[in-house]
Ligand binder design. Structure first.
Ligand SMILES: Nc1ncnc2c1ncn2[C@@H]1O[C@H](COP(=O)(O)OP(=O)(O)OP(=O)(O)O)[C@@H](O)[C@H]1O
Ligand SMILES: [Mg+2]
Length: 454
């Protein structure tokens, strides 16, 4: 069977009827228009999505910056809920904090009735999205509370505000769960994975700030405990000194006085004896013993006075530092110069005692650690503060010792100054050696307890 193949040759194709031609043209135009519209709307949707993501990234970046700048936690939570609501176009947003194992507190919120933030609490019932997230440990999306079988009766707050859709994520750091961040709308909305990712990024920034605050609180607690401990140590040290001084003065002093009286009696009796009976050596021995007792009494008196900051009480800070410098030089052979301001104001005993003890400890350190030839003590009053500087020309304190203040001596110096609202700086001097500079306000902001002030 033969097959006839008709080939289209230019000019030979038969013309379609005119109506059919018009129809075909019209449908081609329609097709072009429809696909153009679809293309445009796809492109617009893609552009919108891109713009949305850019907005989300900008929001997370802005929040991260606030966190880096050390914003207070409450301020950051409030900034976060506003940012989330605006960026997602949500009607409401909130951070619920887990305040007890089974209670959530509305810690920060956007769009809720006035008076709810900081007051509204709810349990961890599985019928709240927050409770659900906490129990499951995962983010949650509710497209419509009315039809979602997981939440037959949503929490009162959501009900009162006519919430239809929700999305929430956990705020969790390495040590545990702080709470939940949630966004809510009053009209139906399908929160997508992008929205959840954005919420989680915000929650992560919040979590790092929560952790930073937790660490800062712990540090502050430890510092306060350390300060309380060293304060008690200083008080105990001063009380101990007074007790030893009292015992030295009262008991040892009285015993020595009694011994002295006996020796006097012996001296007199020996003197009254017949020359044949007495020997010169015996009298000499009694006189020598008596002068030894005199010497011991003077030493005991000096020790008792030192323990009670005697020179300070009698002479004031400037002269007491002068005495201390002279004694240091005699004892150690290290030359000591004391330079005092021409006019020193009258100082409260707490201030004078603290500076005197700091100078004593600094001088002891020079003798023990510096290997110095010379030390200069400088006391100045300028403006509203008093400055005491002790500078040696020794080997210089090493940075670790100066920074950490591990020894009790340096710790005590810092503590004494800080009890008066001042501070101590311990460092190598520009020309070598060690410089200990103490600055305290002339009107102390925190005055030591009377125990320490004596
Ligand atoms: N003037 C100084 N020159 C060099 N090193 C110093 C000087 N003062 C302190 N140091 C260093 O700082 C350390 C800490 O001093 P700190 O007074 O706290 O403790 P310490 O003198 O060793 O013991 P203590 O608790 O009996 O005072 C010293 O061990 C020493 O290494
Ligand atoms: Mg010391």
């Amino acid at each position: 069977m033969s097959r006839t193949v008709l080939l289209d040759r230019p000019g030979t194709r038969p013309e379609p009827p005119r109506r059919a031609r018009d129809d075909a043209r019209r449908s081609a135009v329609r097709l072009r228009r429809t696909s153009g519209r679809a293309l445009r709307s796809r492109r617009e949707r893609a552009e919108e999505e891109l713009a949305g993501r850019a907005r989300q990234q900008a929001a997370v970046a802005a929040l991260g910056l606030s966190a880096l700048r050390g914003a207070e936690l409450q301020d950051l939570l409030e900034e976060a809920v506003i940012l989330v609501a605006r960026t997602l176009g949500a009607d409401h947003c909130k951070v619920m904090q887990l305040v007890e194992p089974d209670t959530l507190l509305l810690r920060a919120g956007f769009g809720w009735r006035a008076g709810q933030v900081g007051r509204y609490t709810t349990g961890l019932s599985a019928e709240s999205p927050c409770g659900y997230s906490l129990r499951s440990g995962a983010p949650i999306v509710v497209e419509d509370f009315a039809t979602d079988a997981r939440f037959p009766s949503p929490p009162q707050l959501l009900h009162e505000h006519g919430i239809v859709s929700a999305a929430s994520v956990l705020i969790r750091d390495r040590h545990g769960t702080f709470g939940v961040l949630g966004a809510y709308t009053r009209s139906r909305r399908a929160f997508g994975q992008d929205d959840l990712d954005f919420l989680q990024s915000v929650a992560n920034v919040l979590a790092t700030t929560v952790e930073r605050h937790r660490v800062e609180d712990q540090l502050r607690d430890h510092r306060e405990q350390l300060q309380a401990l060293s304060r008690r140590l200083l008080e105990a040290q001063e009380a101990e000194r007074r007790a030893v001084a009292r015992d030295l003065h009262d008991e040892l002093g009285q015993l020595l006085t009694a011994l002295k009286m006996d020796l006097r009696w012996l001296e007199r009796r020996l003197g009254a004896l017949d020359p044949a009976e007495r020997s010169g050596a015996m009298i000499d021995r009694a006189v020598a013993a008596s002068s030894l007792v005199d010497q011991t009494v003077r030493t005991v008196q000096r020790m008792a006075a030192d323990l009670r900051s005697g020179p300070l009480e009698r002479l004031g800070l400037g002269s007491a530092l002068g005495c201390e410098g002279r004694r240091f030089q005699e004892r150690t052979g290290i030359s000591c110069e004391v330079r005092l301001a021409e006019q020193l104001p009258e100082l409260p005993m707490a201030v004078a005692t603290a500076l005197y003890r700091i100078a004593q400890e600094a001088l002891t350190n020079v003798a023990r650690h510096a290997g110095a030839q010379r030390v200069v003590i400088l006391l100045r009053a300028g403006g509203s503060e008093l400055a005491l500087r002790i500078q040696d020309d020794g080997r210089g304190i090493d940075d670790a010792a100066a920074g950490a203040g591990l020894g009790l001596g340096l710790l005590g110096m810092h503590e004494r100054a800080s009890m008066l609202g001042g501070h101590v700086k311990i460092a190598r001097g520009p020309a070598g050696g060690t410089v200990v500079t103490t600055r305290v306000p002339l009107a102390p902001t925190a005055v030591a307890s009377p125990e320490v002030a004596t």
